[in-house]
Design a protein around this ligand. Sequence first.
Ligand code: MF3
Ligand code: CO
Length: 286
Amino acid sequence: MITCKGRAELLKMERATWIVQQTLADCVAACRPGVTTEEIDRIAADGIRKRGGKAAFPGYRGYPKTVCSSVNDEVVHGIPTSKRKLRDGDIVGIDLGVIVDGYFGDAARTAIVGEVPAPVAELVRQTWRALVAGVSAVRVGGRIGDIGAAVEAVANEKGFGVVREYVGHGIGTALHEEPQVPNYGPAGKGERIREGMTLAIEPMFNLGTARVRLGPDGWTVRTADGKPSAHFEHTVVATADGPVVLGFGRYTSDGLVTGVPDETDYPVPAASPRGEPAETPGESRV
Ligand code: MF3
Ligand code: CO
């Protein structure tokens, strides 16, 4: 069943997703050479606790950690471990969920560690652009397929593989609600988008083949060809005025701000107009 949320519920989801976004910013800032994914997980657990939320992932279908940390050819659901030290040239997707008063927020970003080859930076940048395109396609009266079509168009433009086995989802009083939100079209098909629908939109793009494999731990998803993959996610509500991305103070009891947070609210690492690397070697930002 697809549920549409009212204002009181959406304010709770805004608070949950705000904690997600603030904590993701902490995690991304910590993605430097020598840091382990276990340490990133600890930063996330501390960040959620100090902001008054509850981590959503621990115990979800037996998942053991607070974040998913997916390095390089890991697509999604990588499990943080003290054995995985980040190195210069890595990319790492950090995915985080939080519960506030029974309502969920879910978001992800891919961080760049130090300097990466230009095609990898481009993959990260375009996956973020696809998230923006997907969010922008959310329109009351439109269809879920419009979102995937917008995401897929970005990948096709650049020749990236679009992961099909894992998709976005409805979200609210559960982490995963109906409907599924694929990262592919066709436009004009799928469930109708209604006012108050809350969706987690999460493009996963691969530098090479779209094909993926599930690892022996039962969680970690990797690209079949070993090439890198990037992932970004927002929790979004469809309103009569347009999509509102939750977690940035854009949904308040006083009013709404539609559209997508730009690079001031949400800096993306490969985002500099000239495509320059970060000024300080080893520095990474999202
Ligand atoms: N954001 C992820 C998703 O929507 C959640 C990871 S699953 C978990 O698939 F088990 F880690 F929680
Ligand atoms: Co999700």
